[in-house]
Ligand binder design. Sequence first.
Ligand code: C2E
Ligand code: MG
Ligand code: MG
Length: 460
Amino acid sequence: MDIQLLDKELGILNRTGFFQKLKQQYLIDLTQDRQSLFIAMEYECISQLRGVLSAENITWLLIKVVDIYTSCLPSHAIVGRSLKEIDAYIVNFDEAQLPNLIENLTLKFNTPILLPTGQAVEIKPRFISAMTPGVLLHTESPDKVISQMAMYLGYCDQSENKKQHCHLDQVTSQLLNRRVEIDSQILTALGNNEMFLAYQPKVDLTSQKIIGCEALARWQHPSLGFVSPDEFIERAEFCGVIQALTLWVLKQSIETLAKCRVLNPDFTMAINLSATCIETPDFFDEIKFFIKHSDIPPQLFVFEVTESIAIENYELAVEFLQKLRELGCKVSLDDFGTGYSSLSVLSKLPLDSLKVDRSFIKNMLNSDADIEIVRTINRLGHACGLKVIAEGIETKQDMQIIADSIGCDYGQGYYFAKPMNDYKLLKHLAENLKMNSPEKANDLFISRFLSKYLKPASII
Ligand code: C2E
Ligand code: MG
Ligand code: MG
């Protein structure tokens, strides 16, 4: 065995060696149409022990762990340090044998390991496994298999419920395969005109007048179909495309805002900001550039940032939001009530409004507790000098409780309007103007306006 491919400490393959062997083996497996098992083992105790045990004892312990691990595997298993602490690739593995293998491994590691110093160390391993080619993307490229495995390991790490053994099932595999597709397509989606904006009106609950809207990104992909923002925004962040996407949203919404202002000069446009935008140095300057060159007063732009983003990136968020406000823009705290922010944090964030998360509004009719939560958030917002917006108002009863009993300032939700394209938004705005200020809304003006600015669009 090439010495360069071995981990000197443990005598098993190092990362390069493991991948080299795995790639060779995977290609053979493909031609012979047989199934193999990839199994990764991780344990968190070693990093803690490094501060307590001597380097010799740590090495002794790791060698022991490798011995126990390999004693449970067939002798032909390829074992190495690669994606996790110790990984193995077992060629020609029958999936039905997996529960036995895991049981055996768990049993062996249940007994504490006795160090030469007499100390007993308990290793609590976690196993993550997948059959290949099996549920992993059927691919000719072993590199792709490795990157899919890495993605699956990351997926298992993120899941809140860290199980002792995670095995890649069909459902998770489809989800990951879709993710791979999304990641590879998202960069080109903007250039290919696959993305568009939907606008959802915000309504003044006292006058029922539309005061502005929120721009929501949409993606209609030729083969993936409709990809929801809950799915692609996270991937855009992961792939580093979110900044470009946010600037595209800003640019598109500036065009729509200019048209809306013909009907209502005070109309506001809300744009969502993700954590990665806030963390990017110079991103504020890009926003500033677009706004400065838009001929639209900065106070008509509202930037929404979720409560959890603001809390997790507190220092950066304060700095970024402060700069937006100095520019003259408004700042709103989105999905409030889900991010566990303390009251002192709330009072220190530079804000103009907060949006009560729709999960509270959704349950109000069945839960007095949720009504009281919304009432408390509303009082809290007002006490901090903020406007309060209730999101997710779906029924007339929701609206009545929010407007009459609780007294929020603004509302947003399907009861008023679902997100819609710019053509429908302008028509909707014109109708709302006619209803609320008939003296200002001249039929001829509105129909001239609509025919001048708009061609009916087919989507949404
Ligand atoms: P959000 O900012 O809280 O947007 C409101 C979401 O609630 C929208 O979902 C909207 O369609 C939905 N909604 C509004 N009213 C109702 C209602 O009455 N009932 C129900 N059930 N839902 C309602 P959407 O468009 O799927 O967006 C989901 C999230 O994706 C947004 O939540 C926002 O966080 C994010 N997002 C959308 N577009 C962008 C974007 O351009 N940039 C960033 N960073 N995030 C975006
Ligand atoms: Mg929002
Ligand atoms: Mg929201």
